[in-house]
Design a protein around this ligand. Structure first.
Ligand SMILES: NC(=O)c1ccc[n+]([C@@H]2O[C@H](COP(=O)([O-])OP(=O)(O)OC[C@H]3O[C@@H](n4cnc5c(N)ncnc54)[C@H](O)[C@@H]3O)[C@@H](O)[C@H]2O)c1
Length: 273
């Protein structure tokens, strides 16, 4: 069986972990066809650390796309739409990690994918509950709420907090910092953008999905609680994220979720919705 040629755009925390996974764990079914980063030193460093042929560090996105059958975007929410469109126009499949960058243009990507006989994959990332939400959305959904709990200090530097003069060091019990539609939440809390975007796209959209952000001195981890009320089921899914052991800049589950989607693409049996 021919190996699936996978190219990676963005060689930071997630891209590096996925490259390693493809090289080691998927070696019988897939092969790294290229690494591209806007900062050429990063793709070169990753290629070297995995003992890959240094020609794999592509000089341009176009170059990488031509060599690949599937491209994984793990670069930035500012670039993910553009990267996805370039990949789809070339008839290649795309997996998008920076979900926040494409939440407003899913119909465009869907049309491009159909026209060019390609596919778009958006992993669940750092939240659970997306599987059940997708199923419930085929019936009628009454409400979807994402409540995020983070330690107050993890909001330091956030413009929304500065503008309201909130002193994070004085928060000694749970304090709701924001409550409103996902479409607004992602503007004020860009750190939450990917989970809110995935949830909105899987369910009832960014205007109807509600987001509550809570500063909680009791928590050390980033916690996402998804609550769905629907005619088929009421669902509560709570995810307490742990940092990636090798790449503490990102959450472990986000990386594993992309790895699980890759395995799903390569396997003939699919479990879950
Ligand atoms: N879906 C989820 O749950 C989830 C979870 C964590 C991170 N993310 C998203 O995944 C993306 C990657 O995360 P990360 O932690 O690896 O970030 P990172 O900062 O460690 O790495 C990003 C890399 O992409 C490169 N880059 C930036 N813009 C680029 C462009 N236009 N073209 C090519 N390369 C570019 C940077 O130089 C950097 O090396 C981010 O957008 C992040 O928000 C999603």
């Amino acid at each position: 069986m021919k190996k699936l040629k996978i190219g990676i755009v963005g060689c930071g925390a997630i891209g590096s972990s996925l490259a390693k996974f493809i090289k080691k764990d998927l070696r019988n079914r897939a092969v790294l066809s290229g690494l591209y980063d806007i900062d050429g030193a990063k793709s070169a460093k990753l290629s070297k650390s995995l003992s890959l042929n240094n020609r794999l560090a592509a000089g341009s996105l176009k170059h990488l796309v031509l060599r690949s059958q599937l491209v994984i975007e793990c670069a930035s929410g500012h670039a993910s739409r553009n990267i996805a469109e370039t990949v789809l126009r070339s008839g290649r499949d795309i997996m998008i990690m920076s979900a926040g960058g494409v939440s407003g243009c899913l119909p465009v990507l869907s049309r491009l994918a159909k026209k060019n006989n390609a596919r778009v994959y958006i992993p669940s990332g750092a939240i659970s509950g997306v599987d059940a939400l997708k199923a419930a959305a085929l019936g009628k959904i009454k409400r979807v709420t994402l409540t995020t709990y983070k330690n107050p200090l993890s909001f330091s530097g956030v413009q929304f907090i500065k503008e309201r003069g909130i002193d994070l060091s004085r928060i000694n019990k749970d304090k709701v910092l924001f409550c409103g539609p996902a479409a607004h939440a992602v503007k004020y809390f860009p750190q939450n953008i990917n989970v809110a975007a995935v949830l909105s796209m899987a369910g009832i959209g960014a205007d109807k999905t509600m987001v509550k952000i809570v500063a909680s001195p009791a928590v050390k981890k980033n916690i996402h609680e998804v609550r769905v009320e629907s005619v088929a089921a009421d669902i509560t899914a709570r995810t307490e994220n742990i940092l990636h052991p090798e790449n503490p800049k990102t959450s472990y589950l986000a990386v594993l979720s992309a790895e699980a989607v890759l395995k799903q693409i390569l396997e003939s049996v699919r479990i879950g919705t």
